[in-house]
Design a protein around this ligand. Structure first.
Ligand SMILES: [Zn+2]
Length: 536
């Protein structure tokens, strides 16, 4: 009797102990997300730099967690890794930039006044050319805008602003929202297409959307590039100067930053040859880098649909060990993007734990090289592990805020795809409202990995950080976001805090899990809405 009682009691205890675990196992957990963020952003991982030991450790950890979750390897040769070969170009010691008009020369100081790489992937680049101010450097037929007005800028050094012309017309350049023409990447691409030698952006905080310290930490270090083909042309310098340096440069031509910025707001703007000769020398450490994406798959249950995949992505890399700020050289990247990786790991675990799998497969992809210009996702889009035409959607996670319980979700770009009604239904189920992008002028859509997938036709968007948190004052989000953006974004102080509340990340994971499941189970592959520029 006793023995039997004990046995029954033991069984009862086992059942009681196991049931909550089983119930939890298919659900994302805020506490698991917390522990992934804590580890991935610890000093031990040295900021998860690409081509650095910390990055190798981070990607190994992610592969290991995929394996423990029961997600299968989806990388090269039966491994969890997809090799991504990149060229690292680190400009630095001895970099020179000067501007001469007549007998007057202004020289600029590396890092404090100018930064940026040579894109030629050689150890020592020297260049010179006549400076031409080209406004925002935009030629956009659809907006009837041309900053070049037919001027031949071959061999010139372009001086310009990032962003796009300001306007109160909500339709002009999509109103407040930044179009691709406003992105600095477009400026350098257009300069190269027109045969310029170099392009130098004059930084202002309003046009860039961030301060000089962000420019300095983002461009002052190693630049990651896809290797140039033999003979492929590249800019000798794709750089920035600070606003103060811009004023000193323009003063040689009797001009000012504010006046030229005002002039470049006009459709009648014409490029201005400045009568200045710009010379530069950019010594660089050039190295081949072997880095890797991490990929795991959970096969679908429908024999006909299981070769199609719902793709979840998040970048694992951050800036690694870099330029010290207040004595701290480790760019931990806790929010950017240990948070997204942690959600990705929880999604893989939850998906793999379900006894009945959705019809399509789920692919979990932690990409490398995002901070260096979304290189890992670009590489994947060019070398996909599953056919792009059979990739149903990309749901991306990049930088989530652990500030409590979310009341909303931001899925900028979803409204342009056929999954918009599903997303609305999932939001309703989770009692979340769908908020618009709170900073459309920042061009977030072009600034993370989902854009690489959109460019090859896959419906793609990020499940972004919340903007409304339960029980907080009305101005809480705006203040907290500004503080993060100004003080911690891409700085060594983007560090883990033990008082963070990860509920919002659990909610973002739940949203992605439910939406991905619905997409995996529906009959039709999703697409961009007809007429969208990214349509398959
Ligand atoms: Zn970042």
């Amino acid at each position: 009797m006793i023995s039997r009682q004990i046995t029954m009691k033991s069984i009862g205890m086992v059942v009681i102990a196991v049931l909550p675990l089983l119930a939890q196992s298919g659900q994302p957990s805020a506490e698991r997300i917390r522990e992934h963020v804590r580890f991935l952003s610890s000093d031990l991982l040295e900021g998860r730099g690409v081509g650095q030991r910390g990055g190798d450790l981070a990607s190994e950890y992610i592969a290991n967690q995929f394996a423990l979750a029961g997600a299968q390897p989806a990388g090269d040769n039966g491994t969890y890794f997809q090799k991504v070969p990149l060229i690292g170009v680190e400009p630095g010691l001895g970099a020179e930039l000067s501007a001469t008009a007549g007998n007057r020369t202004e020289s600029f100081a590396w890092l404090t006044e100018f930064v940026g790489p040579s894109l030629q992937q050689i150890p020592d680049t020297q260049f010179e050319g006549d400076a031409v101010f080209v406004g925002h450097g935009i030629a956009a037929k659809e907006w009837n805008w041309d900053d070049f007005k037919g001027l031949d800028v071959r061999g010139k050094v372009l001086v310009l602003f990032t962003n796009e012309p300001a306007s109160t017309d909500p339709k002009f350049f999509d109103g407040r929202a930044l179009t691709y023409y406003g992105r600095w990447t477009y400026k350098y691409e257009e300069a190269l297409r027109r045969g310029a030698v170099a392009a130098i952006l004059i930084h202002t905080t309003p046009t860039a959307g961030y301060g000089w310290d962000v420019v300095r930490s983002s461009w002052g270090g190693e630049d990651l590039e896809v290797q140039l083909a033999p003979g492929e042309p590249a800019l000798a310098f794709a750089g920035w100067v600070s606003r103060e340096a811009g004023d000193r440069l323009l003063a040689l031509a009797g001009k000012k930053v504010d006046d030229l910025l005002a002039a470049s707001e006009s459709r009648d703007f014409r490029p201005i040859p400045l009568g200045i000769r710009i010379r530069g020398r950019i010594p660089s450490k050039v190295r081949g880098i072997e880095t890797r994406n991490v990929a795991a798959v959970v096969p679908g249950s429908d024999p006909k649909l299981k070769d199609e995949v719902v793709l979840y992505s998040a970048h694992w890399d951050h800036y690694g060990v870099g330029d010290p700020v207040d004595g701290d050289a480790i760019y931990n990247g806790a929010i950017d993007n240990a948070t997204g990786c942690a959600v990705l790991l929880e999604l893989a675990r939850a998906w793999a734990a379900r006894p009945q799998k959705p019809r399509r497969s789920a692919l979990f992809l932690a990409v490398t090289g995002e901070e260096g210009g979304t290189r890992g996702s670009q590489f994947y889009a060019a070398h996909p592990l599953f056919p792009l035409a059979k990739t149903a959607i990309d749901l991306n996670y990049d930088a989530l805020f652990p500030w409590g319980r979310a009341q909303d979700v931001v899925i900028n770009g979803a409204e342009r795809t056929t999954v918009a009604p599903l997303a609305q239904a999932v939001a309703r189920r989770l009692h979340l409202t769908i908020s618009p992008d709170s900073e459309p002028e920042q061009g977030h859509y072009f600034r993370s990995d989902h854009f690489s997938f959109a460019q090859v036709g896959i419906p793609a968007f990020s499940i972004d950080h919340a903007t409304q948190f339960a029980g907080k004052p009305a101005d809480f989000y705006q203040k907290a976001w500004e503080e993060f953006n100004q003080k911690h974004y891409h700085q060594p102080s983007d560090e883990f805090h033990s008082d963070w509340d990860f509920t919002a990340l659990q909610q973002a994971a739940e949203f992605g899990l439910l939406l991905g499941t619905d997409i995996a189970n529906q009959d039709q592959l999703p697409d961009w809405k007809p007429g969208d520029e990214f349509h398959r």
